[in-house]
Ligand binder design. Structure first.
Ligand code: ASP
Length: 292
């Protein structure tokens, strides 16, 4: 029996800058992903396509346009997961255009789940990923401005300086009922070099199983501490998607976890919730596009 197809993508939670460019980027990304689903393609191909489009749009905090760390470098995280529990991720990867592609290659071409740092880059190069500089002038300007406010090298209150979480993510279900999730992030502005966020940690920024799939964005340390994506997907198996979403967000807020989540369950129903100032997202279900 054919399942309903659907796709949802987000462009991060927090304050929203460039609302029009965000909107058009998200629309382009979900339309490209939905086209793959409509032609009978897999949800994995769909979320990879949507995520690469968003990684290439510089207003988002992923791929080109990622935030800089404390030393002014770009180190990116990305992961993919499918509802049959396949998972692949990269952490603190530099100088590649699309970290999400490398994450998928980790999943499909290695025995491992997560590759980090220099060795993730080496693996990417072996798989044909060329050198690419993801630093943009605009993110450098933001970095310079924020760094002035940063009083010590080992800054302990990064979250107080961070009001934008522009990580991107996509979740889709295909005609065979396979659910896939992709999340890609440039991390948090001014983080310590070598910091790994929630994005490549299974169950934190990304999770999928037979009940559904979720991509999270927000303050990575708190998302990791509470395994937010796993928590939300597990609840999807126990109650309606609406209640699952409400319960997980109540839990996050109670535990001071600033975040947003998008998800799809096995019936192709969707959720998108946040407890931050704003969150940008877009979905297509039953052929109908909705943008927020
Ligand atoms: N969750 C990401 C991180 O902490 C940031 C974001 O969502 O923009 O690395």
């Amino acid at each position: 029996m054919k399942s309903k197809i659907a796709i949802i993508a987000h462009g991060g939670a927090g304050g929203i800058n460039y609302p029009h460019r965000r909107r058009s980027g998200l629309i382009k990304a979900v339309q490209a992903g939905y086209e793959i689903l409509r032609q009978g393609g897999t949800s994995l191909d769909a979320v990879e396509k949507s995520a690469t489009i968003l990684e290439d749009i510089t207003i988002f905090n992923a791929g080109t346009g990622s935030y800089f760390n404390l030393s002014g470098d770009v180190e990116m995280d990305a992961s993919v997961m499918t509802s049959d529990l396949m998972f692949g991720a990269v952490g603190v990867i530099r100088d590649v255009k699309n970290p999400i592609r490398v994450a998928r290659l980790v999943m499909e071409r290695t025995d491992h789940l997560l590759l980090c740092g220099e060795n993730a880059i080496t693996f990417g190069r072996l798989m044909g990923m060329e050198y690419h500089n993801p630093k943009t002038k605009e993110k450098k300007r933001i970095w310079k401005r924020k760094k002035k406010k940063c009083t010590s090298t080992y800054f302990k209150k990064i979250s107080e300086l961070v009001d934008l979480y522009g990580t991107i993510g996509a979740v889709a279900i295909d005609q065979h009922g396979l659910i896939s999730v992709a999340t890609s992030s440039g991390g948090i502005n001014l983080r310590l070099p070598g910091r790994v966020g929630d994005t490549p940690v299974i169950g934190a920024g990304t999770y999928a199983d037979k009940n559904g799939g979720v991509s999270a964005t927000g303050h990575g340390e708190e998302i990791m501490r509470h395994l937010l994506a796993f928590r939300a997907v597990t609840l999807m198996g126990k109650t309606t998607i609406k209640r699952a979403g409400e319960r997980v967000m109540r839990y996050a807020t109670k535990n001071s976890c600033k975040c947003g989540i998008i998800g799809i369950n096995k019936n192709a129903e969707m959720l998108c919730l946040n407890n931050t100032k704003a969150m940008s997202w877009c979905y297509i279900r039953n052929g109908k596009l909705s943008v927020f």
